[in-house]
Ligand binder design. Structure first.
Ligand code: ADE
Length: 339
């Protein structure tokens, strides 16, 4: 029996149930990320052979690519509990102390969004990761004492969308770091086929292709759009996701054939129309688009860069000629600076 999550993120009930249903339960159901799976396979088999917990693992990469799923599969492979929490949920040193002292030998502690852990909490994590000790300072001033508690052997699996924000002492305490990349289009299509089978919804060949192309090479997006197409087919059709159902659902959601949402297009249009194609600094872009700089960096930019629509330069963000073409805006004769 696995323990319940410590700080489960609050989510819509229908989506939570469906996400769990669609989440791969075994490694051979996990499509894509072959390079990561191969390396993990050796790491896990070696640790199992020595009857030791796996070394601490850092998983990085854009949101929705399966970092949490991977942590659960590692737990399953090692036959251990996975305790789930996140950087922002661990507000105080006491929160982390309580999580760590409740771990059982061999447990996996999964910390999502580790880059959002506060500095004081992070410093308590160092000796816990390195020497399995919890060092807590009690009292203040000259009478302050350090209390040292021995922790059971455990594995920390941390996930981040922003590996560059991790301090080097934290980064250096992971035995392995893996980067998850956007999925190949045919892997996304396989994931959609698997999910449609699980949901018991019929789909045309053309509809698979339309959905795959608009999924931002991201399984979470693919599964979410699949559910919206299933709703549309149920309400406006006979339940089957046809090419027309797929296209009409995307049009209703204002998602274009490349998977760009309104905000993606707005970001590109602002760079092109207000800043002559760039370069424009992140904070200026955030102010002009009424969007948080963090969201631009974590949610929108990675995909726009993957499509080759946006480049980050030392002087700011620049829209590429492909972005102009996609927006249907004429490329000015003075090409934007790409340095
Ligand atoms: N659902 C979400 N991610 C998946 C993956 N990588 N493989 C199969 N199904 C998935």
């Amino acid at each position: 029996m696995s323990n319940p999550p410590i700080h489960a993120p609050v989510k819509e009930k229908e989506d939570t149930v469906l996400d769990l249903t669609l989440r791969p339960q075994k490694w051979d159901e996990y499509i894509g990320q072959e390079h990561v799976k191969k390396n993990l396979n050796i790491l896990l088999r070696a640790a199992k052979g020595r009857n030791e917990p796996v070394e601490h693992i850092l998983l990085s990469g854009p949101a929705g690519l399966g970092k949490t799923t991977m942590a659960h599969l590692i737990g399953r492979e090692m036959n251990t509990n996975v305790r789930v929490t996140s950087g922002p949920a661990i507000e105080r040193v006491g929160d982390l102390a309580s999580i760590l002292t409740n771990l059982l030998a061999g447990d996996i502690l999964f910390i999502d969004e580790i880059h959002r852990l506060n500095k004081l909490v992070e410093e308590v994590l160092y000796p816990a990761m390195e020497a399995r000790t919890l060092d807590i300072i009690i009292g203040k001033g000259p009478s302050a004492r350090t209390l040292q508690i021995e922790l059971p052997p455990f594995t920390l699996i941390a996930a981040t969308t922003r590996p560059g924000l991790l301090s080097s002492p934290l980064r250096s305490r992971f035995g392995m770091t893996f980067r998850l990349d956007f999925y190949a289009l045919d892997d996304i299509q396989k994931i959609i086929m698997r999910s449609a089978r699980i949901l018991g919804v019929g789909m045309d060949e053309d509809a698979y292709a339309i959905l795959a192309r608009s999924s931002r090479f991201t399984p979470r997006v693919a599964n979410r759009l699949l559910k919206r197409m299933r709703d549309y087919a149920q309400v406006h059709g006979n339940g089957k996701i046809t090419k027309d159902v797929a296209a009409s659902t995307l049009a209703l959601l204002e998602i274009d054939e490349k998977g760009l949402e309104q905000m993606d297009r707005r970001i590109l249009e602002i760079i092109v129309q207000k800043f002559g194609g760039g370069p424009v600094g992140l904070q200026t872009l955030a102010a002009a688009s009424f969007e948080e700089g963090d969201s631009i960096e974590e949610v929108y930019e990675p995909y726009l860069m993957q499509l080759g629509f946006l480049e980050r330069t030392s002087r700011g963000r620049v829209a590429t000629p492909q972005a102009y073409r996609h927006l249907g805006i004429k490329i000015p004769s003075q090409a934007p600076l790409l340095s």
